[in-house]
Design a protein around this ligand. Structure first.
Ligand code: PLP
Length: 346
């Protein structure tokens, strides 16, 4: 019996509609489905979002754009955040990928190789990760004008902290830098930026995590449920140890369920103090997370069900992330290949 990751496509589409409703009619809402739609399956989620009305998708690598074209068909636009890199020619000319050009060198190379093909431009407004800084953008302003980019964008570093001064600073820098550049649309905001309000919306927003039910979109509908099968249940006497390092000792006569899934499936070994759920009843994970297995204290259950859930509406990706010292994004993108992905409301 395989662990099952249940993904609610209806909830993902509802989350997209809810995020779309937060901006005005002049703002289009795209969808970020990089990293296999945050681990949940871009081949299924992409077409579901397209059917819900998404016209523009974003990925982070050309290979993702090529794979998605086969799933999405010819119509939707697919942008690649990493721009134009060696080996990307076919993705552009054959699969219609729109590179978001990040440097003067990428602008020059793209203009030479793909004149007439759509492109985006990424400006760096303070994050210092991707995009051209002011001087670099000015140095190729003529080339950019000749390309008339489909999109001019930048990315906020601190949008999940609404009061952070970086937000206003990047907003002002984006206005100043993009002012003289022609473009069909401008874009500054991912999920966090959408929540910052209208001045951050421009012509296009690019939500990712909010679609998949994660913070900072607190009003999101939950999207994932992860059920792990119980392999066996044993009785453990007080003083007996459980798991590697004998790090947990029973203090009472205990029932321990051994559950299939471990750190090879993305259940982070660093996670502490989390539970698996029998329905709504939490059962603490005890002992260390091993590669393929977890051990769970089910002493207080009357009956041990065939599977226990790790992710559900109570223990969300953000709750689990907190216990592992990380963020919901990393919990989602770590979800293992060994889970059977089951889609609801397709
Ligand atoms: C990943 C990413 C997004 C989506 O961000 P979320 O916080 O998941 O909404 C948008 N834009 C860029 C440039 C990104 O790298």
């Amino acid at each position: 019996m395989q662990a099952t990751l249940t993904i609610d496509l209806g909830a993902i589409c509802d989350n997209w509609r809810a995020l779309d409703a937060l901006s005005g009619p002049g703002t289009e809402t795209a969808a970020v489905i990089k990293a296999d739609a945050y681990g949940l399956g871009a081949a299924t989620i992409g077409p579901a979002l397209a059917a819900a009305g998404v016209k523009r998708f974003f990925v982070a690598q050309a290979e993702e754009a090529v794979a998605l074209r086969a799933n999405l068909g010819a119509e939707p636009e697919i942008y690649n955040f990493s721009g134009f890199m060696a080996g990307d020619d076919e993705a552009i000319s054959k699969h219609g990928m729109i590179p978001v050009l990040n440097s003067a060198a990428q602008v020059k190379a793209f203009a030479k190789a793909h004149t007439g093909h759509a492109c985006g431009i990424q400006l760096d407004t303070g994050m210092n990760r991707l995009g051209m800084e002011a001087l670099e953008a000015t140095s190729v302003a003529h080339d950019i004008a000749a390309l008339t980019p489909d999109l001019i964008m930048s990315h906020l570093a601190c949008a999940d902290e609404p009061l952070h001064p970086m937000n206003a600073a990047q907003h002002a820098t984006f206005n100043a830098m993009s002012f003289a550049l022609p473009a069909h649309r401008k874009s500054l905001s991912a999920t966090g930026g959408i929540l910052l309000g209208a001045p951050f919306h421009y012509g296009l927003t690019r939500p990712g995590i909010g679609l998949y039910g994660g913070e900072p979109f607190k009003d999101a509908r939950p999207v994932v449920q992860l059920d792990l099968p119980v392999v066996q249940v044993r009785d453990v006497l007080p003083g007996e140890a459980v798991g590697y390092g004998a790090s947990w000792l029973a203090t009472r006569p205990s029932k321990i369920a051994t559950v299939s899934s471990g750190y090879a499936d993305g259940i982070l070994r660093a996670a502490k103090g989390f539970s698996l759920f029998a329905g709504s009843t939490p059962c603490p994970v005890v002992g260390r997370v091993s590669m393929d297995l977890l051990t769970v204290d089910v002493t207080d259950l009357n009956k041990v069900p065939p599977s226990l859930s790790l992710l559900n509406d109570t223990q969300t990706v953000d709750v689990l992330a907190e216990k592992a010292g990380t963020i919901g994004y990393e919990i989602l993108t770590s979800l293992g290949r060994r889970y059977q992905r089951r889609y609801l409301n397709s």
